[in-house]
Design a protein around this ligand. Sequence first.
Ligand code: BGC
Length: 356
Amino acid sequence: MGRVYIRTRLIVLTLAFVFFVTGCVGGDINPESKAPMKVPKSETPAKDQITIGFSMDTLKEERWLKDRDLFKEEAEKLGAKVKIKEADGDDTLQIVQAEELISKGVDVLVVVPFNAESTASIVNKAHTAGIKVISYDRLIKNADIDLYISFDNERVGELQAEAMTMLVPKGKYVYIGGAETDNNAHLFKKGVFNILKPSIESGDITVVFDQWTENWTPANAYSNMAAALGANHNQVDAVIAANDATAGGAIKALELQGLKGKIPIAGQDAELAAAKRIVEGTQIMTVYKPIRTLAKTAAELAVKVAKGEKIETDRKVNNGKIEVPSVLLTPIAVDKLNIDETIIKDGFHSREEVYQ
Ligand code: BGC
């Protein structure tokens, strides 16, 4: 009896051990089996984790900090990891950093290009490694990019010029452009001139100064504005600047001539400094581009692209090489009258910060 009992216990224990080590209670013992193994969540293979590489040109303007943080936040909500590199306005560095992301094997690459043309090499390298590329806010030109997500940037310029021509229908205009290397700078300018054209043709408006601002810096915008005032003996009626940072630089030049608040100036980005200037009357308008919507849309699409899902868009934008599937969000003109119901209502800036 004793022996039988011991043998039975041994068999039971051995079977229990086999079941324990194979972890196959209710599962599949045969490793060759076609049925998928049940893997507990905590042991999900690393491959299921999507990693997004985010290559950014700069964090200089206030908006890019929001872009960085919101993109990361939205992507993480979707279970993705984000590896961020910022090139501090250095073209070569951005390409090197993007190569690092590619060699680390990110699943998709999202790029805010410093230089619209030279970043095409990033796209080629990523594609060779089987990684798809999304152009974020700024278009990469002459490359097979997979998707472009931005605002309707031509409309941004139109909104600026519409507001300015309402206020100053006739006179001498100064245009302080953005960085020539940035495709957006060309779109903003195109929008402005779409609206100014009839008045230029009728002779009501004369554009007395029109220059790019290298690297978008306020210091270069200051020099441009100083040159515009110098060349026109301060006889200028309106200024349109390609963004709020360049508007800030131009306002310094106006201030030096005692013209701050006297010559109307428009910008875009809805930076806090610009919102404050609108309230105090030294800038007439800005253009608000809801960054959270951009970041959220980009994060959602990046995850889909990484999973190999097909993306349908209703817009296409020609980048000199292909018709790029595109999502273009709507910008909003902001002045003293609607600042509360736009940027403040959206929590882009708080009421206290703006009216401080
Ligand atoms: C962006 C602007 C920004 C500028 C300078 C442009 O491409 O659209 O929002 O102010 O770059 O960074």
